[in-house]
Design a protein around this ligand. Sequence first.
Ligand code: PHE
Length: 351
Amino acid sequence: MSDFEKLKDKLIKAQSSEEVEIVRGEIFGKNGLLNLEFKKLGSLSPEDKKKVASEINAAKQELTKLFNDKIIKLADSEIEEKVKKENNDVTLPEKDFRIGKIHPVSQVIDEISSIFSEIGFSVEEGPDVESEYYNFTALNTPENHPAKDMHDTFYIEENLKTLLRTHTSPVQVRTMLNGKPPFKIIAPGRTYRSDSDQTHTPMFHQLEGLHIDKNINMGHLKGCLNYFIKEFFEVDKIKMRFRPSHFPFTEPSAEVDIGYRIENNKIIIGEGDKWLEILGCGMVHPNVLKYSKVDPNKFQGFAFGIGIDRLAMLKYGINDLRSFFECDYRWLNYYGFDPLDVPTNYRGLSK
Ligand code: PHE
């Protein structure tokens, strides 16, 4: 039996990966058979050299294949052996529920949904990848509006027709096109803008609100937001002010600030002389109703867009927005919520 045949035989008979490793050294190692044989070539005549070299190469190929097959087979059977010995039932439920935590953003979305569902709003959703038409045009945004600027909007296609939605407002149009008035919906979700600092991240969360019916006016909007803020911050008194503003899709438009003060490094909501902007709102522009196939002579209503992450920061005393999205388990462990504590209005939202 040649040396090659002997090693081949040894490889075939090997029973464990350790044994295979030993034979591997003997064949492919620095001082292994292949290297030894190649070294011998130097002393041969040119014709013999060619002949022997091709024989060694053929043997090398055969052994390599044998070796790879053997490794795979052994690994499979070793895993099988191991699994046979272990008696873990992977279908059993997790024993320790304390490990997982609900992210403050998810918690706040659940809290807000619960508050609005108490007064008859249902939840809608729209896509993150949106068309330019729903994100801007149908929302009465002029062709040359600064918000459409490349610097603010993440466009997906070079023809600028598809983008990552810059706000949740396109869900207003999608909802109205999909049904018949009256509409009373909220739409939470991810939104995207090219921005990053302590209070801005390229991805953030908004919650859209839309109430369309006959005879809805600014008073209803004010009452609705007043109720929401009191419920959300779990306070009886709230200081709120409407500041005139501009959005192409509402007329008149306003931004809403809430009053607060700082005491012992903590934010106290509902009193004090500082103001913090938390949402944009207004009466839905007749053009938006037209784009949405709703007759503006019969129906009208209000819309608002709330910055969810900002509300979460305020309510739970988190001072850097970027920390929300760093996926740091220690942070989540500290600021996160118990998965079994589902927020409800009657049992308490966050306690
Ligand atoms: N979409 C606006 C924004 O992102 C907020 C808004 C929503 C304003 C609805 C008015 C009505 O800033």
